[in-house]
Design a binder for this molecule. Structure first.
Ligand SMILES: [Zn+2]
Length: 147
């Protein structure tokens, strides 16, 4: 049974698998695992999957830069002598730090949106189950190999 759209989005916002809620989907801040370790869901369902995450990251970054500029406009309207430097520094920080800090969230949020818009096909579900079974078989073999 698939989770609700709200739950999928919440899981995406907390860098977890939208399908099962498993965390630890990144081996590095910028490197997402190919498949969910909890349910075997393959995140890159088609070529260009990362484009959706890129658009989300870009939108959030530009939104923050716009907020900084809007804050300056409001401050300058109230007091024309307000310094430009806070908006320059704030804008640069928002433009540089946000895409780096938000990167993994943009990926998992996009994965959640993608899954909500296009539920897994029977074939994809079977593929996920197979991948998960293979992973468990590997783990069992390693367990047996231990002295
Ligand atoms: Zn999962």
């Amino acid at each position: 049974m698939e989770p609700s759209v709200g739950r999928m989005l919440w899981r995406g916002m907390t860098r977890r698998c939208a399908r099962c809620g498993t965390g630890k989907l990144f081996t590095h801040w910028f490197r997402m695992v190919e498949r969910c370790p909890g349910c075997g869901y393959r995140f890159q369902r088609e070529e260009g999957f990362q484009l959706g995450g890129y658009v989300i990251n870009f939108g959030v970054t530009e939104g923050l830069v716009c907020l900084v500029v809007a804050g300056y406009i409001v401050a300058a309207a109230a007091n024309p002598n307000v310094s430009i430097w806070p908006v320059v520094v704030g804008g640069i920080l928002a433009a540089v730090v946000t895409p780096i800090a938000f990167f993994p969230f943009s990926r998992t949020i996009w994965a959640a949106i993608d899954l909500a818009l296009t539920p897994l096909t029977v074939l994809e579900q079977a593929e996920a189950e197979t991948a998960l079974a293979a992973k468990m078989r590997e783990a069992a073999k390693r367990q047996e190999a231990r002295p």
